[in-house]
Design a protein around this ligand. Structure first.
Ligand SMILES: [Zn+2]
Ligand SMILES: [Zn+2]
Ligand SMILES: [Zn+2]
Ligand SMILES: [Zn+2]
Length: 487
């Protein structure tokens, strides 16, 4: 711990302990927006492979990946990644051969992560003088030991599940001295500490355990953001963080009513958030916000008021014009939305994009009658339509739906939020494809303003954005030239 404090101190950070929150990371110097606060390689990580797509165990890339010929479980993109993983995979490969072929389906990412966790610990501690995998201040098992497990808050059913999972790990490792109770507790640790590893566009690629990053607590109004560069976790400040302030990231999707966010945090991370946004629960402002994000629209098309339930009248009443919407009417449309949405999701999963697009359009039409114009559900439907039309290379329709989501993004993701930056980026790419050069310059600039803070400027992803902006600017000035000369 002293060593870790020293290493963090050099970076302008320190670990403190607060009575209600446990450990937290405190800035001991000022951080400016976009500045990297801390970065870490995973202690262990696994890609989330499906039968349709396999990823390299090390870089999570999916190009030219080949299966390990011995275990048939792990994939590599080439010899460089295979070599980088060899010290650990050599023993993992042997262990994986302990499971019979028909049991391979039980080898979930969590089980694999746990097996790797124990193997890595062994390789780091077995030969004290000269361990197979050397340890560093930020790469050692004692950091994993220090993580919270919240064992006392877990229900009986979950405990049974963890015990079964521990048995499977035992079956794979076959270590006579394996402590099954500790394995079960470690599953609980993984559940509330492991991070989902995403690409630059926030699409999930796998799971990893980053014990130093795990010290950072959650806020629904975070001052920092966690983005992955390959497997490396990078935390950057999204606003000025003055010396003495706690560094906080968001563990969950921050768009959502306080109730929804609290529920998500309780279910997965087993704590109640007491951030400034959550402290407003039940206050007028918070009730209004929930009614807009997740509630219904006024019966009068032109009214933007929000509705609250009046149990006596069995109706929802518009808080602006007083108009009532019958509970029955709302229920009817809501159940129709549910039926069509399920159908739409099914046709999307089966790859029938044409059918899915017309079903989602029906959902959108129904939701326009049901939900507030700034509703997140309506936004998600339009988001799905945008993606489907992008898959169909129908840029015009895709841009139409992308633009409809922007005002909701502006509300739901204020400040330097990567989601809003990424949506502007998509908007700019679609405008560029459709020859709307000047609009694309504007959208790329808006994307850059946000993403340079959240993503830095050095990754291939950001270099591509900068290149696209330059290209669009060049074409925009070329297009403007003849007009200038005419004057
Ligand atoms: Zn690779
Ligand atoms: Zn293997
Ligand atoms: Zn909160
Ligand atoms: Zn109204």
């Amino acid at each position: 711990m002293e060593e870790l404090q020293r290493a963090l101190g050099e970076r302008g950070l320190s670990v403190s302990s607060l009575p209600e929150k446990g450990r937290c990371l405190i800035a001991t110097k000022d951080f400016s927006p976009g500045e990297v606060i801390i970065s870490q390689e995973p202690y262990v990580s696994v890609p989330s492979n499906t039968s349709r797509s396999s990823k390299c165990e090390v870089c999570f890339g999916s190009d030219n990946v080949k299966k390990c010929s011995a275990c048939h479980v792990v994939w590599y993109c080439g010899s460089a990644c295979q070599k980088a993983d060899w010290k650990l995979h050599r023993v993992e490969c042997q262990a994986l051969s302990n499971i019979e072929k028909d049991k391979l389906k039980y080898l979930t990412p969590s089980i694999r992560l746990m097996v790797k966790l124990y193997l890595r610990r062994k390789l780091q501690t077995e030969k004290v003088e000269c361990p197979v995998i050397p340890t560093t201040v930020t790469d050692n098992y004692s950091l994993v030991e220090a993580l919270v497990s919240h064992m006392s808050k877990i229900d009986e059913k979950q405990l049974v599940l963890y015990a079964q999972m521990a048995n499977l790990v035992n079956l794979i490792l076959q270590w006579p001295d394996l402590n099954l109770k500790e394995v079960a507790e470690n599953f609980s640790k993984l559940a509330c500490n492991a991070h989902s590893i995403c690409d630059s566009e926030l699409r999930p690629l796998g799971t990893g355990l980053y014990p130093v990053i795990s010290i950072i607590n959650h806020s629904c109004l975070p001052n920092s953001v966690l983005i992955f560069e390959g497997r490396t976790a990078v935390v950057r400040a999204v606003e000025r963080i003055p010396k003495g302030t706690e560094v906080q990231i968001s563990y969950i999707e921050t768009a959502g009513s306080t109730m929804t966010r609290q529920k998500a945090l309780k279910a997965q991370y087993l704590f109640s958030c007491s951030c400034p946004r959550c402290m407003k629960l039940g206050q007028g402002e918070d009730i209004q916000e929930s009614a807009i994000l997740e509630g219904y629209r006024c019966g009068d098309d032109k009214c933007m008021g929000f509705l609250l339930r009046d149990p006596d009248k069995k109706a929802f009443i518009c808080q602006q014009c007083g108009l009532a919407r019958k509970l029955e009417d709302i229920k009817d449309i809501a159940s129709e939305v549910k039926t069509v949405s399920d159908k739409a999701a099914k046709s999307l999963a089966s790859g029938n994009n044409q059918e899915a697009s017309s079903l989602y359009k029906t959902v959108e039409r129904l939701q326009l009658k049901l939900c507030h114009p700034f509703s997140l559900n309506l936004m998600h439907t339009r988001e799905s339509l945008m993606k489907i039309f992008m898959d169909l290379s129908n840029w015009k329709e895709a841009l139409f739906y992308c633009r409809l989501t922007i005002p909701v993004y502006e509300r739901a993701y204020p400040g330097c939020h990567p989601m809003r930056g990424l949506q502007y980026y998509t908007c700019g790419k679609l405008e560029w494809l459709l020859g709307e050069t000047e609009n694309s310059v504007r959208s790329f600039m808006k994307a850059l303003d946000i993403l340079r803070v959240t993503h830095g400027t050095n990754t291939p992803f950001m270099k591509e954005l900068l290149f696209k902006l330059e290209e669009a600017c060049a074409e925009a000035s070329y297009k403007l030239k003849p007009a200038d000369e005419d004057d």
